[in-house]
Design a protein around this ligand. Structure first.
Ligand code: GDP
Length: 708
């Protein structure tokens, strides 16, 4: 039967890790008693070591789930070393019991003073050839009525915590001191409330040496508070503290001496007289009671586990179609999906696409240059006339003027920092791509991984931007001096220029019609525009007169006047009219240039460059875009697309340990639920298997001699 308890203790530990519901609990022994009743001393004498926190200041603030595991000597007869383990702390085997005491003290003191008590148990396992297989739960001691320095609230907290643990199916170890009237024992009072007949309560009477043997026997055989499981008297105080302090061992000599000195009261062999005394008796008693309690729980726990297992199996089938996952497989899938996604997006960065993007940037720049250099020029109409009619011979000075303009425009374009801007434009595109991947499924669940992703991709880019811009700038350098173009290139450029201008015309017309709609129709707008023009004319005149000294600034201020005038129309509409005038002017210019671009002269070819600067600049922009793309591709994109997947491997996964992989997978709530259910099902299956093997074990069990 010894195996049964051992097995069931293992099963109990597994069940505890599955969940905390009462239906899946196997019994444990819960130790309650008031402060200083000798609770710690009893536990320590059972374990044979001093390991519990000592001190006056509320040393037990959390329940201690103490699992004792008997380790039998190995076949060669060598005795295994004793050690303790805190499974949830990952400290490994601790062979020094003073260190165990230190850890327990620290864990208890870590509970904030304001809370005083925490219900979160400390899990401690002790492996030793000198301990029986037992599970014990040490709880904070009841605060005695006499020590009123502890607040009422604390007393209640402790009671509530103890009440939670003394529920069925647990066995209650009620510790009372012999020198205190049992009527005053809070432990007995609490246990009698939940177990009036004492069917699962063992009384432990400590400090038997502090009363006369006569009184001692009286207490143990007492009929005032009878317990079915009876009382055991002990002398748990360790004598010879000095010798035990160094080894941490609890001497039990004092107890043996005491009970044998009073053999006439307690009998030679304690149990035969019906009076139970001594720690050895207590240990045996505890083993028996736990064993039979566990054995009788076996059936109900098997049923409960079976039910839970069926439910978990059903849910796993329904929700996940029995598909198993692991944190590792999830990480691998995530990385594969990330790479695939990246490859898919990478097509946006093939050469034609990049060229198109750069050309777009340069087209805008060409438009700006045109506006800056040509459209504001009063002579732009003259240029229009020149390009419209190929027959007009140009005067030399005119030719020089426009030629000069063209070379100025060309250098504005080629020297506008294309290398840097083009590189940054592409790098920004990549950055935006990574940001969008990092912000989407499943990385929205993995903020730290997403941050790493963003960070290392930005680092790769940052490291390449400088070099790439320099390279690009270097390669477009020739265009700063001279651009050769042939007929075909010219025609392509001209067609594109026409397209661009037509688009710009449409844009302006769109804006104009928007304004028209806003102010209430074409007529209303032309009225407004007429009014604004009139206003401007008046202001101009006034300004001229003022300059000539005809108006002296005394009563009439020009600006003030303007303000008053504007009130005839709402201020917003005046602004709309001004915008409409700007778009109107722009439209006129664009149409003029569009006509020129479609003229014979512009179609003639590169020799018309002076008259058709838009075409010329378009061809230059195209060449710049082409060359930039080539070098950005080599210096930035190739490098990035090579490096990025490798960084994913080395920075996103290879430096993760098993714990971090699990953490990562569990960040995703969908995966977490899947893993949890799978884990629960696996554990229940394992428990069920063990329970089944126990029933067969029990069926053919022959009683084994008890260990003494
Ligand atoms: P706890 O607060 O209930 O854990 O009580 P302790 O185990 O710390 O014991 C309180 C005090 O009683 C300590 O000073 C112990 O040495 C002492 N003590 C415990 N058991 C005995 C005993 O059997 N006999 C005597 N004389 N003193 C004991």
């Amino acid at each position: 039967l010894m195996h049964l308890t051992k097995k069931l203790i293992e099963i109990r530990t597994m069940l505890l890790s599955i969940d905390q519901s009462d239906s899946l609990k196997l019994p444990s022994i819960v130790v309650i008693g008031s402060q200083s009743s000798g609770k710690s001393s009893v536990l320590e004498s059972i374990v044979g070591h001093e390991f519990l926190p000592k001190g006056n200041n509320m040393v037990t603030r959390r329940p201690i789930e103490l699992t004792l595991i008997h380790t039998p000597p190995s076949s060669d007869g060598s005795v295994p070393t004793e050690y303790g383990e805190f499974p949830s702390l990952g400290l490994g085997k601790i062979t020094n019991f003073t260190s165990i005491q230190k850890v327990l003290t620290d864990l208890n003191l870590a509970v904030p003073n304001a809370e005083a008590i925490s219900s979160e148990p400390i899990d401690l396992r002790i492996y030793s050839p000198h301990v029986p297989d037992l599970t014990l739960i040490d709880l904070p001691g009841y605060v005695q009525i006499s020590s009123l320095d502890q607040p009422e609230e604390l007393r209640e907290k402790i009671s509530t915590l103890c009440d939670k643990y003394i529920r069925e199916p647990n066995i209650i170890l009620s510790v009372c001191a012999a020198d205190v009237d049992l009527a005053n024992s809070p432990a007995l009072r609490a246990s009698r409330k939940v177990d009036p007949l004492g069917l699962r309560t063992i009384g432990v009477v400590t400090k038997m040496d502090l009363v006369t043997p006569d009184q001692g026997v009286g207490i143990l055989t007492n009929n005032r508070y009878p317990l079915h499981l009876g009382y055991v008297g002990v002398v748990a105080k360790s004598v010879g503290k000095t010798s035990s302090a160094s080894t941490g061992t609890v001497a039990r000599r004092g107890e043996d001496d005491y009970f044998s000195a009073h053999r006439e009261f307690f009998g030679p062999s304690s149990s035969s007289s019906g009076i139970m005394v001594g720690t050895d008796t207590l240990r045996r008693r505890l083993m028996e009671v736990l064993e039979s309690s566990m054995a009788s729980s076996l059936h109900s726990i098997s049923n409960a586990v079976q039910l839970e297992l069926e439910e978990a199996t059903y849910q796993f089938k329904v929700q996940y179609n029995d598909r198993r996952i692991s944190p590792e497989s999830y990480v691998a899938e995530t990385v594969d999906a990330l790479k695939a996604r990246f490859r898919e997006y990478a097509t946006q960065f093939r050469k034609p696409a990049v060229r198109e993007r750069l050309k777009g940037m340069l087209d805008e720049r060409v438009m700006d240059i045109m506006e800056q250099l040509y459209w504001v020029d009063k002579r732009v109409e003259e240029l229009g006339a020149l390009s419209a009619d190929a027959k007009i011979k140009t005067a030399d000075d005119m030719d020089v003027y426009w030629r000069h303009k063209l070379s100025a425009a060309s250098s504005l374009l080629t020297k506008s920092g294309v290398g840097r801007d083009a590189t940054v434009l592409v790098a920004d595109g990549l950055r935006a791509l990574i940001d969008s991947i990092a912000g989407g499924e499943p990385f929205n669940h993995h903020p730290r991984a997403a941050e790493r992703l963003v960070q290392f991709s930005h680092v790769i880019l940052r490291d390449r931007i400088g070099m790439t811009s320099d390279q690009v700038e270097n390669c477009i350098k020739p265009y700063k001096y001279e651009v050769d173009m042939d007929e075909r290139e010219w025609e392509v450029g001209r067609t594109r220029a026409v397209e661009l201008f037509e688009k710009e015309v449409m844009m302006c017309e769109g804006k104009l019609s928007e304004i028209r709609k806003k102010v209430g129709g074409r007529r209303r707008l032309s009225g407004l525009v007429g009014y604004v023009k009139e206003l401007e004319e008046k202001q101009r005149e006034k300004r001229v007169r003022k300059l000539k000294g005809e108006i002296v600034d005394v009563d009439v201020d020009v600006d003030e006047q303007e303000d008053v005038e504007s009130y005839r129309y709402p201020q917003g509409q005046i602004l709309d009219a001004r915008h409409a005038m700007l778009y109107g002017d722009r439209l006129a210019t664009l149409k003029l240039r569009l006509a020129a671009l479609k003229s014979k002269r512009c179609k003639a070819g590169p020799e018309s460059d002076v008259f058709c600067p838009e075409v010329f600049l378009n061809v230059v922009a195209d060449k710049l875009a082409h060359t930039s793309t080539m070098f950005i591709n080599i210096e930035l994109l190739d490098h990035f697309f090579y490096q990025f997947p490798r960084e994913i491997d080395s920075r996103l996964i290879y430096d993760l340990d098993r714990k971090e992989i699990i953490e990562f997978a569990r960040e995703n709530p969908i995966v977490r639920r899947h893993l949890d259910l799978q884990d629960r099902k696996d554990k229940l299956e394992e428990v069920m298997k063990q329970l089944n093997s126990l029933s067969t074990l029990r069926a053919d069990a022959t009683p084994t001699p008890r260990r003494q």
